[in-house]
Design a binder for this molecule. Sequence first.
Ligand code: HEC
Ligand code: HEC
Length: 273
Amino acid sequence: MGTLPKVLGFSLALTLVFTVTANLLPQVEGEPPKEEKVDLGALTMDSFIALGESAFNGKGTCTLCHNNLGRAPDLLEMNVGEAAKERLADSRYQGKASDIEGYLRESMTDPSIYVVAGFGKKGSNDTESPMPAVDKKPIELSAVQIDAIIAFLQSKDGNEVTVALPTEAAVEDSEPTGTVAATPAVAAAATVEEAIAKYGCSACHSVYDTESPVGPDLRDVGSRLGEEEIRQSIIDPAAVIAEGFPAIMPANFAERMTVKELGLLVQGLAAMQ
Ligand code: HEC
Ligand code: HEC
């Protein structure tokens, strides 16, 4: 076999595909998300970090909880490297990590190994984390995406980035379907189930067969609220705060959803009696 086919096969295998979801206003019908292809051979640490940042804000749904509303440590504001060193030195720490990179990876894939004081599930006395393992459903990040997020978290405060750029083998391993997409395209949701999964509503609400005590149970929301009230709860959550709950529902769904997705959610939730 000549070198040309080999070279071609190699650069194809080394192509990462990731997606930048366009900011979709609810006033307009959604366009399909843009896909960006990155040649792994030409991937620099800077673009890997950018990929991590987009997974942090997008597919990872990290900012649903990690923000300035107090539900989880504000990773964007704090120095994550310094915090990791403190956690590792804490006498309560019983995980396997010995450095910042290891701590961050463990925090994402096995959140209950160490629970930051005051942030545990209610009644668990900080032994159980409310954070879902991000390599499992519904978030399901690949190993490459997790590495990219670690690189982003290390770099944003000027700490040393210790994760290595992904190799061809790592990309193949982390994509069981045989594709090399680092972030699969987030298409516009076509059903209410898809919309709930896409926007991470079940991180905070009990809905279908998942339970979360952070916000009101949505399985019977249609018996409490009409369509207009549900619409307002989604696009302007601060307008009416459900009694007994903290005002921490993200306020930016209106900017992120298409008109059609919002309509699906409003009708779908109103039908949940
Ligand atoms: C449903 C809410 C939720 C989501 C989504 C979430 N986290 Fe968390 N996370 C938490 C909470 C609460 C804690 C603190 C309790 C603990 O230590 O597990 C935490 C802890 C952490 C820590 C340890 C912080 C420290 O101060 O030691 C890291 C790192 C982290 N999360 C990263 C992530 C990343 C990256 C994502 C997205 C891929 C993510 N989390 C998604 C709720 C969440
Ligand atoms: C970070 C947590 C969080 C996420 C993510 C979240 N919510 Fe909420 N939601 C809440 C909390 C807490 C409340 C109660 C406080 C309030 O009314 O703002 C609430 C209130 C609501 C209400 C009003 C319920 C009632 O009984 O009054 C609806 C409807 C709702 N959310 C729908 C959604 C939908 C749909 C999504 C996903 C697109 C979503 N939420 C995502 C936390 C969240």
